[in-house]
Ligand binder design. Structure first.
Ligand SMILES: [Cu+2]
Length: 741
């Protein structure tokens, strides 16, 4: 729930700006694409390599993974899609057909090093696949491991377009001596499922609804904080103007392993099973636990690591881990491997074997109030020395650990060329939970698109998370070295493509810039990406080096790409960049008055219509209607301009301008100036008393109408309905209902 004053922000920007002009979408015209399509494909560059063909049909169908039949997007009829299996050195040739009735699609091969044109980010690297159309991807498999694929179009990933990729090592590769013999191997694709339309989920987040928190029972309130003994923390947070911390944004209807809440996989007593675990969730971190004892991690993000044991493994979106589970050689049983959502709102189960069930331990529900828990985990990470032997590490393991990055160690040195110049760049991960604007350095990908990259340099990125949420940051087209402070041996820093950056903390990664063109770097929380949290790592054109190890990349290409170092360069981002438009309406009708607002929001701009009308204790029905355009600068400042229509005594129709500023303790102050010289100062805030009961109070001083105030008590019944009672200094007391559309 939000304060009326807070929403009515404003802006001096012309409404015309709301209409997004597409002329700057950047210029990959048909000619530029044709030139790139004409470049030699992998099968021409590597004529001796074996070609492995797959066909993927993307279609819409009705599925019921969470019990209720809903429209889902499928690959060859299923969610997830088929496992694509290859061997290192082979060529993948994947034909993707768009069988959707309308709309584009795309497929990104997540974690694989491949030519830019095959990366599958629509508009940026690859043409989108139109409805009824198809595209064949072709690339050499340069490395083995567990990877995955997913749509990079809109919110299609949430609706089911994802699947696993398994690349076996070359047949002549020696078996690993540092791990036990593996008897069996299974792929486990984890995901989250909502029966709601994904666009409606996004709209719900953008309008600042607290419904999902109420549904998940993680909504924070004064009473809740007091009862759990966290009142001081609660007030401290409000003083610093931060929203309540929540580890996830969306309330899901189910969590899935290979498309089901519960899946049975074959296993025999005494067997060692390799699970290739992929977090394909759109916005869920999972804790992985096993009934059969600790998990042994042998690979992370596809890359082999020295084996470590872990009781609870936190997997961020888009990460993959290969873990070994050894089934006890007791009597046959069904041993559970459980993936619990980080907020504890649900889990998916994989049952290994048949027989009496052996449940895996669960991390339990998160106490929403104890930011201490999250902060303690951060501190724990800092203190962990990495020199601890496995057993001790396990003994001291936090019940809600961070990802085990500190202990990950590559099996071979990962050092980068010593003579390459190192450039350090700090990127702040920023955002606003209420506005649902997520950004880097305070700017969305639409507002600042690129980080220029010079070929041949080492780019060392320090990611500083200034928000209260985890962000899984993913880099396309490269592996980076994850540099943990006090790593035992930095030479063996693990290679990853996705890194979790916990709330209020930092991570440092570095990669050797040996590619070409544009590669996306973004938060893999789907709704954060959609809201603007990303950049394009952009190589200038014509900057090839002769030492590139992949011949596919040294093929001559047309220098059609303007230099990224030139500030006018704007890559084509398709729907990754354009701010999207959302609209909503809140209408309160009570026995004595009606008030409400309608909003059309696009990026930082809003078009607002706000009304208040009362009919009790006054001679005739009074109204005041403000139509404004507003601009959101940051969580503290919003400015607005527009027109006010009123028939209130002493009120006058007028052009208005003003601004809203957020004070500590989340108190909003709004100053409005009318062109006739009248002015108004309003102050207000909303107090969440319990998870469903909110108290909104506001007071206004108007130079024409003097002082007025209003207090409302509301109870949230459902996503769409609240009951409300209001006392107003002009119209007296009354009650009614608030409807949200
Ligand atoms: Cu994020």
């Amino acid at each position: 729930m939000k304060l009326r004053t807070l929403l009515l922000p404003v802006a001096t920007l012309a409404a015309a700006n709301l209409a997004h002009a597409c002329k700057e979408c950047g210029g990959k015209g048909a000619a530029a694409w044709a030139a790139r399509e004409a470049e030699p494909k992998a099968s021409q560059l590597f004529p001796n390599a074996r070609i492995v063909d797959y066909t993927l049909d993307i279609a819409e169908t009705t599925l019921a993974p969470a019990g209720r039949p809903v429209r889902a997007l499928t690959l060859n009829g299923t969610v997830p899609g088929p496992v694509l299996r290859f061997r290192e050195g082979e060529i993948a040739r994947i034909r993707v057909r768009n069988r959707l009735p309308s709309g584009e699609t795309s497929t990104h091969w997540h974690g694989l090093l491949l030519p830019n044109l095959e990366d599958g980010v629509p508009y940026l690297t690859t043409p989108p696949i139109p409805a009824g159309g198809e595209r064949t991807f072709e690339f050499l498999l340069k490395h083995s491991g567990t990877y995955w694929y997913h749509s990079h179009t809109g919110l299609q990933e949430q609706r089911g377009i994802y699947g696993a990729i398994v690349v076996e090592p070359r047949a002549d590769a020696p078996a690993r001596a540092d791990i036990p013999r593996i008897d069996r191997e299974e792929v486990v694709v984890l995901s989250d499922w909502t029966n709601e339309n994904a666009d409606e989920v996004m709209r719900t987040l953008v309008r600042g609804s607290d419904w999902y928190a109420i549904r998940k029972n993680t909504a924070q309130s004064l009473l809740g904080a007091a009862q759990s003994g966290h009142l001081r923390d609660y007030l401290k947070r409000e003083k610093s103007r931060l929203p309540p911390m929540d580890v996830s944004d969306v309330a899901y209807d189910a969590f899935l392993a290979n498309g089901r809440p519960r899946q049975q996989l074959p296993a025999r007593p005494g067997e060692t099973i390799r699970l290739r675990v992929i977090n394909a969730g759109a916005s869920t971190y999972f804790y992985l636990t096993s009934a059969a004892g600790p998990l042994t991690i042998i690979a992370a993000d596809g890359m082999e690591v020295a084996p470590i044991r872990q009781q609870r493994l936190l997997i961020g979106m888009a990460e993959t881990y290969d873990v070994l589970v050894t089934i006890p050689s007791d009597a046959p049983a069904a041993w559970e491997v459980r993936a619990t959502s980080q907020d504890g709102s649900g889990h998916a189960s994989v049952m290994l074997g048949n027989g009496p069930e052996k449940p895996a331990p669960s991390p339990g529900r998160l106490n929403a109030y104890s930011m201490n828990v999250a902060l303690a985990a951060v501190l724990d990470q800092l203190d962990e020395t990495g020199t601890l032997p496995d057993a001790e590490a396990l003994a001291t393991e936090n019940p809600r650990p961070l990802p085990p990055y500190k202990r990950l160690r590559a099996i071979a040195p990962t050092s980068l060329p010593a003579d390459a110049p190192v450039r350090e760049v700090t990127l702040k991960l920023t955002g606003d939970m209420w506005r649902y604007l997520w950004s880097i350095d305070g700017r969305t990908i639409d507002e600042q698109s690129t980080v220029p990259v010079k070929k041949g340099e080492v780019l060392r990125l320090t990611l500083v998370n200034n928000t209260m949420m985890h962000h899984p940051m993913h880099l396309h087209g490269h592996f980076f070295r994850l540099l943990m402070p006090d790593a035992v041996d930095p030479v063996f820093a693990p290679l990853k493509h996705t890194v979790d950056v916990p709330p209020m903390s930092r991570r440092t990664i570095e990669f050797y810039a040996n590619e070409d063109r544009d590669w996306l770097f973004h938060c893999h929380l789907l709704y954060h990406m959609k809201a603007g949290m990303g950049r394009v790592m952009s190589y200038p054109a014509g900057d090839e080096m002769s030492t590139v190890e992949n011949p596919a990349l040294t093929a001559p290409f047309l220098s059609s790409q303007p230099s990224a170092l030139n500030s006018t360069y704007r890559p084509a981002l398709g729907d990754h960049a354009h701010p999207h438009t959302y609209a909503w309406l809140d209408a309160t009708v009570q026995s004595h008055l009606s008030m409400g607002y309608g909003t059309i929001q696009r990026g930082r701009k809003n078009l607002n219509l706000m009304w208040e009308t009362g009919w009790e204790r006054v001679a005739r029905r009074e109204y005041e209607i403000d139509a404004t355009v507003s601009h959101y600068f940051n969580p503290r400042w919003t400015a607005f301009a527009g027109y006010r229509l009123t028939n209130m005594m002493d009120g006058r129709d007028a052009v208005i301008v003003g601004a809203t500023y957020r004070l500590p303790y989340l108190v909003d102050v709004t100053a409005t100036l009318q062109h006739n010289g009248d002015a108004r100062l309003g102050i207000g805030r909303m107090l969440q008393l319990t998870s469903r009961v909110g108290l909104t109070a506001r007071a206004e001083y108007d130079t024409a109408m003097n002082f007025s105030w209003q207090a409302s008590l509301s109870y949230t019944v459902s996503k769409r309905i609240s009951l409300i009672a209001t006392h107003d200094s002009d119209y007296g007391a009354g009650a009614g209902v608030t409807l949200r559309f």
